[in-house]
Design a protein around this ligand. Sequence first.
Ligand SMILES: [Zn+2]
Length: 81
Amino acid sequence: MEKAEKNHKTLDNQGVISFSANKKWLSMPVEIRRKLEQNVWCGSCSDVVKIESYTVKEFSNVIVLEGICHKCGNEVARVID
Ligand SMILES: [Zn+2]
């Protein structure tokens, strides 16, 4: 039996840095994660870039990586669904 124990933090518009989201993210195959990390849109570069120094956040049902653009340092985010 799975224990339905949820450490519920407040979900606001900012999302939360979530342990469970991080766990979900890390449970994905590494090659998929690498692909997603390298396929992030940067509005400043107007190009697909690599995300760096990101944190894994959780919005209602999706995981979001929030970090900075590898090229210009602009803030970028990648939704994982
Ligand atoms: Zn950029």
